[in-house]
Structures are given as C-alpha cells and as structure tokens.
Design a protein around this ligand. Sequence first.
Ligand code: ADP
Ligand code: MG
Length: 345
Amino acid sequence: ATPTALLAATGRGAQLGILVSGPQALERLRRIDTLVLDKTGTLTTGRMSVVGVTGRTDAGAVAGRTDTGSAVDAADEAVRLSTAEAEAVRLDTAQAEAAVRAAEETVSLTPDEAVRLAAAVEHGSEHPLARAITAYGDTRRTALGDHRPLPAVRRFAATAGYGVTGEVDGRTVTVGRPGDLTELPAALADAVRTAEDAGHTAVLVTADGTPQAVVAVGDTLRPDCYRAVDHLRRLGLRPVLATGDRAATARAVAGHLGITEIHAGALPEEKAALVTTLKEQGGRVAVVGDGINDAAALAHADLGIAMGSGTDAAIGAADVTVLRDDLQAVPDAVRLARRTLGTIR
Ligand code: ADP
Ligand code: MG
C-alpha cells in the first residue's frame, strides 16, 4: 500500500476508535486468522458487582457451643452435689466459653466481617473483581451503620491470575481463586459451584489460612460481543477463549457466544504459552485483552489488541488499542486493514 493509503487507513481507524501503532501493525492485522479473547473486561464489561456472599457454616464453633452447653448442664448438676465442686466446674465452663469465643473470632468470621477484611485488602488492587468487592464493602458498611474506617493493610501483595493478600487486624487475609474445592468446607464448596454454574466468578476469602467466605461476583457480557464474535467468524477468524477464571465460569460465558475452544484457569504465562503453541501450529495469532494478566500474551502474539478501558500494562504491550468501548471495533479494524492493504489472506 502507498503511504497515502496507510495514512488514510490510520485516520479512518481513529474515526472508528481504533488506534494502530504503525504500518506494520496494520499489515499484521490484515493477516491474522486466530483470535485469542480474554474473558473478564474483554468479552464482559468488567464492571462487576457482588451478587452474594456465603460464610462458612460453623461446624467447629457449633460443636464447641454444644460442648459448652453440656458443661453448663454438668455445672448445674454439680450445684446440687456440692458448692465447691460446682465452682470448679463453673471455672471450666468459663474457660470453655472463652475458648469457643476465641475460636469463633479466629476461625469463623461473619460474612460481613470477611467482606470487610477482603475489601481492605482489595483496596490495593485495580482488578475488576477488586473494585466490585470494595464497592460492596462500602455498601455493607453503610447498611450496617459501621463508621469505622477500613482497617490498615500491611504486607500487601497481588499475584496476577491468583488474587491478593495482606495483613489486616493481625490476620493474614487472602482474597482470590478458590483452588481445590475438596479442601473447602461443604457450604463454601457448594457456593463456589453454584456461582460458577451461573457464569459468576467465585472468590474465596481466607484468614490465617482458614477459608471464611465465598464472594460471588457477577459480570455481564458486553452487549456488543455477540455481534462482534459473529462478525469475527464471518471474517474467517477462529475465536479462542483464554481466561484466568475457572472452567465452569468460562464454559457458561463461551456457551452464550458459541465459542468452543476454551482455555480456563490460565495463569498469565499460560496465556502466553497458548499463544506460542497456536503460532507453532501455523496460526497468525492476535490476542485481545485488558489486564495486567494479559500483557505477556499480548506481547507474544503476532498482534496485540488492548481494550482502551484496560490497564496501562495491557495497552503498553499492544499494537492496537480499542478506544471505543465496543468489541465490534475489533472486526472493524480487521476489515479496515484488509480493505486498505488488499484482501490477500
Ligand atoms: P481473566 O483472565 O478472566 O481476565 P484474571 O486472570 O484476571 O481473569 O483472574 C483470574 C482469577 O484470579 C480470577 O477469576 C480470580 O479468581 C483471581 N483473581 C485475580 N485477581 C484477583 C483479585 N484482585 N481479587 C480476587 N481474585 C482475583
Ligand atoms: Mg481481563
């Protein structure tokens, strides 16, 4: 293509809300045949909200309470026997009750308390899940008339594709991927399954290593994504879903769009490895993503496409940025490149 044609295409791209980094990017855009799509923030709006919180049912604490109950009964029985003996039992009862209270405090938080700790830690993250959880925490604190400031967080750390951790109120709190469900109390494992079958993301909150609550976070598909994915197929592109989210959630979302190739539970480096594999198989691979977790895959792709609403890391790693908050911009961009540079594929 002539420089004039390229310049015209770049200008037309800008009108369509597509920022192309240069002529080479336009050339590569024309040739792509495989499109790896991220889920959260790319196929979905990324404007997530909490749809439910499930706490642990306190098997341990309930058992503790039962023990205390029988200790109290025993103490009453003892009163009838001798005052001195009864006094000894009452002391045991007081100790047992204190132990149960301590156990309840460390082992079993109320869902609202778990959310409060989670929201404090998520303050340090810019992930869409984090925004949903902090917003929900604000709502709950207002509803509860809790005017305490959020507790301070020490030793905050975020792991892309996993979640966040930090020390809050002397406890080590983690908020993130649920991991192996067989290691969770039944009520929490059930909450994870129910959320994921509905296409929601289940986030686990732990305190000092003990699972406390499952927060179900709902996200909605972008209204434009049905048409855009359909359009991409008609352009001859093969859509592949790659997400850090778990398989059940990924399947629910992909099902709506008729996407059959799904790579779920993919850590950032696994998304990048998938891109490399697809390239080795002869694919000319573009990646569309929005998050820090997509940056490596965007960089490994023949062409990286970042959603403009996404993180700086994604935009920095991409060749094309979609400024218009609309996935339809992706097929528009491919068509523009093909028209400008001829239709040879
Ligand atoms: P996607 O590929 O769909 O954009 P990510 O790779 O960003 O998803 O995240 C993958 C998983 O890691 C999420 O489903 C969640 O379980 C967990 N996760 C990542 N960041 C956070 C966070 N800040 N808070 C809670 N969970 C998180
Ligand atoms: Mg994402």
